[in-house]
Design a protein around this ligand. Structure first.
Ligand code: GP9
Ligand code: MN
Length: 625
């Protein structure tokens, strides 16, 4: 019997199959917030429109190439979607081109990758199998030699669907393509494939920005900075740590909620709990991390430069060739020896390049350590061995020194050998959250041991030790388990409050330790540290203020435009009372002026980085603009 050509061309069938699969992934596998029926419709429509856009190109091909095109488009499209899904499971975010080119990181991420792949994911390739079978040799005659008008009609439908999608997206989110703070909005409205095209365009724009930037942009930014900070003002702690060594410990994925938490009656962080209450410690309990896609490297960048990280990619990768006026460089010029200790691949996050750019004297990466099967787990060398092995090198540093230590064990997926665990796992639906307490406890013990080793080495009393959490460890993906643990629903307000990480300044011999309530963030570390060391703030292109100065106007801005002030927490378009967590209905406008300022500040920071504006800035001449 002769096979009758189906009336519906195969590229249309492929568009539907592939589009429906994509919709299924958006709807049920990504955690996209759907607020209304229009959003729901767009979410359904955009994957079909996108799929049609790509598959309909086949009509312009010779019949013998059409099947090949459909088949491979389905494969590549599915891989793009799946890789985004894996990335999302880890970071609750979508891939950007700069992140994609962080090849070294991808290789190092393998330990995490396997916990992100689920067996059921195989079903996500069902459409590929169907398309593959339909396009296989036996049914080759499914190819259609489209007439010219057929080709034009098929393409016209593409444009119709595409413009329909864009119009609906614009209706749903005015100025969506101008304000690109939030990748989720973009993916929800135009789909992951079009989002990648948009991202590629943005990347090209970024490259162009540097070429077209000129020195005149500095004046406006400088005016803004001058209006908002008084560099002549000194806090009462100015110079308290003068000539001391600085030991800065960046604690991996450490959130404030770990402090004072208990699992089956046992404290998770006994050492840090005591330390924060000590009279030698000043603990800022409302200190927020401000990182974005660059995670640890973003936290380093913020601390070193008092600039915001970028909304897309890790600035450590994308702008490592820029000029900066970073903390190590400033400290070097004041007689400090500067170094970093971190037992991971030196090229991870492009650190080897960026540390050089920022002026670190020495970087002790993985090769400086003895890493064996016995002393490493999870992401690598355990924190205890890391500190133990670092001490000898630390002793050799010329004084005064500034040394940064970056821990590793408390990193997703929070793996720890059973015999290293001194606290039970938590019991919830999230294996990630359950394990988190055990690795956090391990790091707490490693810190305790490190303090003792510093004392034994005779370094302790001449040093000031700063402890800081780099960013969150438990993503929004685990909100339901987090809600169980904290015994409250994780609302957007709670989510922001969960972004608080430890920040403790420990000064041996100090007697006035206290718990400070100010709302502060990583952007404030650089001026605070310089002030403690008695180094007068110089003319700089940076944001943030000395945490010990009273400044009522202050806000702590997160990279997505959310912010926290003394009174308010603003996120996802809602202004909350910071104390009660209640949305502020009646005075909806109170957050608006702050929001505008936050957006301006983030934009200025971006302009400094994108335009590489430090290259026009002369630090030797105080009046240069
Ligand atoms: C890797 C470590 C962890 O060297 O800093 O990086 P993260 O994944 O947290 O950015
Ligand atoms: Mn980290």
């Amino acid at each position: 019997m002769k096979w009758n050509k189906p009336r519906i061309p195969l590229f249309v069938i492929a568009s539907f199959l592939f589009g429906l699969k994509t919709y299924f992934v958006y709807r049920f596998m990504f955690e996209l917030t759907i607020e209304n029926a229009l959003q729901e419709f767009i979410l359904f429509f955009n994957p079909i429109a996108s799929a049609y856009l790509i598959f309909a190109i086949s009509v312009w091909l010779k019949p013998k190439n059409q099947m090949k095109y459909l088949r491979w488009t389905a494969v590549i499209g599915s891989l793009v979607l799946y890789i985004n899904l894996l990335f999302y499971r880890n970071f609750t975010d979508f891939i950007t081109i700069p992140v994609l080119f962080q090849g070294n990181n991808a290789a190092d991420l393998t330990t995490s990758i396997f916990t992100l792949i689920h067996l059921g994911d195989l079903l996500l390739f069902a459409d590929v199998v169907i398309i593959w079978i339909l396009t296989s040799k036996k049914t080759m005659d499914l190819s259609v030699n489209f007439s010219k008008s057929g080709k034009i009609a098929a393409t016209a439908v593409t444009f119709l669907m595409l413009s329909g999608n864009v119009a609906l997206a614009e209706l749903e989110r005015p100025m969506l393509f101008v304000r690109a703070f939030d990748r989720e909005y973009l993916v929800k409205n135009i789909g992951v494939y079009n989002y990648h095209m948009y991202d590629a365009m943005m990347q090209t724009k970024t490259k162009a920005q540097r070429v077209f930037a000129d020195s005149s942009e500095i004046s406006e930014i400088k005016n803004y900075i001058n209006e908002n900070s008084d560099t002549d003002e000194k806090s009462e702690l100015f110079g308290i740590a003068e000539d001391k060594n600085v030991i800065f410990v960046s604690i991996e994925s450490f959130q404030n909620f770990l402090l004072d938490s208990e699992i089956n009656g046992k404290e998770t962080t006994p050492f840090l709990n005591d330390l924060k209450e000590s009279e030698e410690t000043i603990w800022f309990k409302n200190f927020y991390h401000q990182t974005a896609q660059g995670k640890t490297s973003d936290s380093e960048f913020i601390v070193e430069n008092s600039l915001y990280p970028l909304g897309r990619g890790a600035v450590y990768f994308t702008h490592a060739q820029n000029e900066y006026h970073a903390l190590p460089e400033i400290l070097n010029s004041h007689g400090y020896t500067t170094s970093v200790f971190h037992a991971n691949n030196k090229s991870f996050w492009n650190r080897d390049v960026m540390y050089d750019t920022m002026g670190y004297d020495k970087f002790y990466g993985e090769q400086a350590y003895e890493v064996t099967k016995e002393n490493s787990f999870g992401w690598g060398l355990g924190d205890k061995a890391f500190f133990s092995q670092s001490i000898d090198e630390l002793k050799q540093q010329e004084k005064p020194f500034y040394s940064k230590f970056i821990t590793l064990t408390n990193h997703f997926p929070f793996e720890l050998p059973e015999d290293e665990a001194n606290i039970d796992k938590y019991d919830s639906s999230s294996e990630t959250l359950n394990s988190y307490f055990q690795t956090a406890r391990y790091t707490d013990e490693a810190l305790k041991q490190f303090f003792q080793q510093l004392k034994d080495a005779g370094i302790y009393k001449d040093s000031v030790i700063i402890l800081m959490g780099d960013h969150y460890g438990i993503s929004e993906f685990h909100n339901s388990a987090m809600g169980d643990f904290l015994n409250k629903e994780i609302t957007p307000y709670q989510h922001i409050q969960l972004q608080r990480v430890p920040f403790m300044v420990h000064i041996p011999g100090y007697k006035n330790g206290e718990i400070r309530e100010e709302v502060v963030g990583q952007i404030d570390v650089k001026p605070t540290l310089l002030s403690l060391l008695g180094i007068k703030a110089e003319k700089d292109l940076s944001f943030g203020t000395d945490m010990f100065l009273d400044d009522q106007q202050k806000f702590t801005a997160l990279r997505d435009g959310s912010f926290i002030t003394e009174k308010y927490v603003y996120t996802e378009g809602t202004c909350y009372d910071r104390q009660t967590g209640e949305p502020i209905q009646s005075e909806k406008q109170v957050c608006k002026p702050i929001k505008q300022k936050v957006e301006k500040e983030l934009e200025y920071s971006d302009n400094i980085i994108y335009g590489d504006l430090f290259r026009f800035y002369d630090f030797t001449n105080k009046d240069s603009e």
